[in-house]
Write a protein that binds this ligand. Structure first.
Ligand code: URA
Length: 328
């Protein structure tokens, strides 16, 4: 995906975005060997960028799915010296950070990434992705109590949004109730506080699903990289634009005219497209040129966003249908 030069410089840790803009306008930045002073310039992922003659180091976007065991803190460093997520990703050269958090005693799915945009979107209260937890509480929880969670309960930081709650089983021998809760908010210790509220404090909590991601195939402490398709699905799920859907390229009449060496009056669309294929393509990532950036189908950015939100809602509705089919 192409990104603004100042954003790329800031992401690489060269300077703040504002400072990066100053570097650019001062002629200190070269892209593929050419000085770029234009602030709107977009660069592709393979563009070679130098500042004051020094190449910048661009970090590859990395997405890791981690199965956090109990007794691990969701930080990259723990002042108390407890085991932290960082202990499990020592071999990864990129600096990744957890998306949201799991309590010390909660186990399960945790996403780690250096993609700030995705982190922000996934943790934003208005479009956070669905997260499903397996819960075990002591005692036999009556359906009316689970209904309270389904409707929403009043916590000290406000009402919770309606949750999807499915009763999995009652264990009469051990006097336990197992159920799943799906929420899209990400408040601190939310599931534990919801269960406290109905009078059944959590004994065991595990996150098993986050958007389209599941723990399938992972053992406790395991980590794996996401597939591109998974990253794409997560982006759509939290309202970001698609990175892969190609925008239908409009016929560039001017380019056709130039290639023809004459003024084309009313272009035959088919012919024009064929001719366009012969026109010398701009060098990928070269300063001042634009590779067709992958955007969602639609005429403009707003439409792209709308279609992303539509996709997300479809996913949510599908999940609700699936999950209300259970015992709960
Ligand atoms: N809700 C909680 O109570 N704890 C977690 O770790 C995650 C969600």
């Amino acid at each position: 995906m192409e990104e603004r030069l100042q954003k790329v410089l800031a992401q690489a840790g060269v300077a703040s975005r504002r400072e990066a803009e100053q570097y650019i306008t001062a002629g200190r930045v070269k892209v593929n060997g050419k000085v770029v002073k234009e602030l709107g310039t977009k660069v592709g992922p393979n563009a070679f960028i130098m500042v004051d003659g020094n190449p910048i180091h661009r970090e590859r976007k990395t997405y890791l799915l981690f199965y956090k065991p109990r007794g691990v803190v969701t930080t990259m460093k723990d002042p108390e010296g407890r085991k932290s997520v960082a202990d499990f990703v020592k071999d990864i050269p990129q600096r990744v950070f957890p998306v949201g958090r799991l309590d010390y005693n909660t186990e399960g799915l945790l996403l780690l990434t250096n993609d700030g945009e995705l982190t922000q979107a996934m943790t934003h209260p208005s479009h956070g992705v669905n997260k499903t937890y397996e819960v075990t509480v002591p005692g036999i929880v009556p359906q009316e109590k689970l209904d309270e969670l389904r409707v929403g309960v009043k916590l000290e930081d406000g009402m919770t949004a309606p949750a999807i709650v499915n009763l999995t089983s009652y264990d009469y021998e051990k006097n336990l109730t197992h159920f799943t809760v799906t929420i899209h908010e990400g408040r601190n210790r939310q599931v534990r506080r919801m269960c406290d509220h109905i009078g059944f404090p959590v004994r065991y909590l595990r996150r098993v699903k986050m958007g389209i991601l599941t723990l399938n195939g992972l053992r406790k402490g395991d980590c794996r990289e996401l597939f591109d398709e998974e990253v794409e699905a997560l982006r759509l799920d939290c309202g970001l634009e698609s990175r892969t859907e190609k925008k239908k390229k409009p016929v560039d009449r001017k380019a056709v005219e130039l290639a023809d060496g004459k003024k084309a009056k009313k272009p035959d669309i088919k012919k024009a497209v064929n001719k366009e294929a012969n026109i010398k393509k701009p060098v990928a990532g070269k300063a001042g040129t634009r590779k067709s950036s992958p955007k969602p189908a639609g005429n403009n950015k707003a439409e792209g966003k709308k279609s992303a939100v539509k996709n997300r809602n479809k996913t949510r509705q599908a999940m609700m249908r699936n999950e209300t089919g259970g015992m709960g």
